[in-house]
Design a binder for this molecule. Sequence first.
Ligand SMILES: Cc1cc2nc3c(=O)[nH]c(=O)nc-3n(C[C@H](O)[C@H](O)[C@H](O)COP(=O)(O)OP(=O)(O)OC[C@H]3O[C@@H](n4cnc5c(N)ncnc54)[C@H](O)[C@@H]3O)c2cc1C
Length: 234
Amino acid sequence: MAQELTARVKEVIQRTYNVKSVRLEIGARIDFKAGQFLAVTLLGNPALKKYLSISSSPTETCYLEFTKKLTNSDFSKAVAQLKSGDTVKIEYPFGKFTLDDPGADIAFLSGGIGITPIRSIAKYVVDKNLGTDMVLVYANRSVKEIVFKEDFDAMQKAYPKLKVAHVLCEPAVGFKCIPGLINARVIRDEVNNYPQRKFYLCGPPQMVEAMKKILIAELSLAAENIVSENFQGY
Ligand SMILES: Cc1cc2nc3c(=O)[nH]c(=O)nc-3n(C[C@H](O)[C@H](O)[C@H](O)COP(=O)(O)OP(=O)(O)OC[C@H]3O[C@@H](n4cnc5c(N)ncnc54)[C@H](O)[C@@H]3O)c2cc1C
């Protein structure tokens, strides 16, 4: 059951030019599953409430982290001002974008800030050394938009059963990536054994819908092998 508490900001981390992670000190820790989300209310103002995925893993026990793409909204402006020692109200855990069967091979298809719950799941699998075979196909406009790049680089080194394929609309010279957008060909080429995998999709609703169509209509995957999280609001 979801619970509500006030949490103190421990640290704020600039992830990219327009994405920040906020780490919260959690005294009375509430259990959550990797991939779940929370509700954050800022400045005690119910109008400044948003649902955000938890980007940390349950194995990272010293803090609970959320990661926000900063826009021109009042909520984003308030996140941009957060500093160590401030307090926020949170309610969690919510959601079913979670790993149910660590024995099954999985594939993540993600766009932009939709990487947050996937980072949580991947970190959990790596830290627990669960043996789950994971392929991440991560789409962004350009290299400077890639969130958690260093994190995924480190996880790939530590855990050979994680493969990351970057897809970029604007490829950069010297950066290994697939140019363009995620399509059926990219999935066939990058996700070995794709018909046997469970697919986790996360990103803006339009992207998630497009990915579902490709998986079901073009690649003949069964709907029950697809789990998705829509980041409403983008
Ligand atoms: C389950 C779930 C998990 C999610 N997880 C995440 C996550 O991990 N990270 C994340 O970043 N998002 C996540 N989202 C999306 C998040 O909840 C917000 O909907 C999204 O971040 C947009 O919020 P916003 O405050 O930036 O913009 P909104 O207030 O929704 O505004 C939408 C757009 O309008 C513009 N706008 C709004 N107010 C103004 C203004 N006063 N002046 C000018 N322009 C304005 C903004 O620039 C923005 O582009 C998640 C959503 C769900 C449902």
